[in-house]
Design a protein around this ligand. Structure first.
Ligand code: SAM
Ligand code: DTB
Ligand code: SF4
Length: 350
């Protein structure tokens, strides 16, 4: 590869990363993060469910699957006008990207013209656009790219080995096929997974390796903590340990240092301290707004307070941090052995 990033991770490499002492792991992740990003900036997206419920897929974690009774009101595709109203509101709240999600196996042809109008309308508001509509064929991916869609979200969710325990109505390789159509179309790829499905650490490692060993890393890697929804088969699964969750964020950042790692679903059940650790481990993107697709998200005012406490700025532009800024962050990083005498390497000292 010409991008100077690794695309040849082995399961042993990644299991070893997971097993490191927590402080070493988070430190390494923060160093990797500072090579590519301003560490005190977080990108903010807002989510909207444009077509809710009655999904034919049987994803065991999902409140929108038609296979389970979660008490959700099913809805048809939202009117373009209403989507644009929500996008305007998201923009006024400080979001730079608007993500539209639909509970589809794949987008029906009859709805595509409305989808294109949504993309165009949201872009005209000066927001980046993201959609997650299920599987795409090559033609649909190209059409969405042509309509101006910036990002397509399509999560791997878990390892190839564990996949069949969670979803039986599609295969892991179906997922990979859509990712390659998205990549080929020129859109940015957003793909990550869920922690807390009952998977092992090896499964988390295997899922991240699938992403990191793609010919090009996804530009955006959402790491979701399972939201346990009553009525889904996973409603009573054990809660994920927060430290284990942060380890997953840190490993994602070390494997894919130039990607935006999103602290995604599950923040509603996280303390400020746990979220701060996730940012320290290299997460630099969140969903802002009281609702994810169908489940609650922290109140906007709470997020603003948290950012104030941490001295974090919301990314207020859709432009990337400049080379100059990056060099300054790398130069000023207080804990780089080659840069400063203040660095104390306890391993060498002992
Ligand atoms: N139907 C499309 C698909 O599955 O690709 C798009 C919408 S789907 C809701 C998008 C993603 O939301 C899933 O891939 C999964 O990662 C995440 N998700 C769904 N339910 C969740 C839950 N209960 N907790 C955490 N993440 C969840
Ligand atoms: C992602 O990785 N997480 C978001 C977004 N991409 C589409 C969705 C989270 C959904 C959580 C469950 C719900 O609100 O329905
Ligand atoms: Fe449908 Fe997506 Fe939910 Fe699976 S995750 S049931 S595909 S909406």
């Amino acid at each position: 590869m010409t991008d100077n990033l690794r695309h040849d991770w082995t399961i042993e490499d990644v299991e070893n990363l997971f097993q490191q002492p927590f402080n070493d792991l988070v430190f390494q992740a923060q160093l990797a993060h500072r090579e590519h990003f301003n560490p005190n900036r977080v990108q903010v997206s807002t989510l909207l469910s444009i077509k809710t419920g009655a999904c034919p897929e049987d994803c065991k974690y999902c409140p929108q699957s038609g296979h389970y009774n979660t008490g959700l009101d099913k809805e048809k595709l939202m009117e373009v006008r209403k989507v644009l109203e929500e996008a305007r509101h998201a923009k006024s709240s400080g979001a730079t990207r608007f993500c539209m999600g639909a509970a589809w196996k794949n987008p029906p042809a009859k709805d595509m013209p409305y989808i294109f109008e949504m993309v165009k309308g949201v872009k005209e508001l000066g927001l980046e656009t993201c959609m997650t509509l299920g599987m795409l064929n090559e033609e649909q991916a190209n059409q969405l790219a042509e309509a101006g869609l910036d990002y397509y979200n399509h999560n791997l969710d878990t390892s190839p080995e564990f996949y069949g325990n969670i979803i039986t109505t599609r295969t892991f390789s179906d997922r990979m096929d859509t990712l390659s159509h998205v990549r080929e179309s020129g859109m940015n790829v957003c793909s990550g997974g869920i922690v807390g499905l009952g998977e092992t650490v090896r499964d988390r490692a295997a899922m991240l390796i699938e992403l990191a060993n793609l010919p090009k890393h996804p530009e955006s890697v959402p790491i979701n903590m399972l939201v346990r929804v009553a009525g889904t088969p996973l409603e009573n699964v054990d809660a994920v340990d927060g430290i284990e969750f942060v380890r997953t964020i840190a490993v994602a950042k070390i494997l894919m240092p130039s990607s935006n790692v999103r602290l995604s679903a599950g923040r509603e059940n996280m303390s400020d301290e746990l979220q701060a650790l996730a940012f320290l481990a290299g997460a630099n993107s969140i969903f802002l707004g009281d609702k994810l697709l169908t489940t609650p998200n922290p109140k906007e005012s709470d997020d603003r307070q948290l950012f104030d406490k941490l001295g974090i700025n919301m990314d207020d532009t859709v432009e990337e941090t400049s080379e100059q800024d990056m060099e300054e962050f790398a130069r000023n990083c207080p804990l780089r052995e080659q840069d400063t005498e203040q660095y104390y390497d306890a391993m060498k000292a002992s």
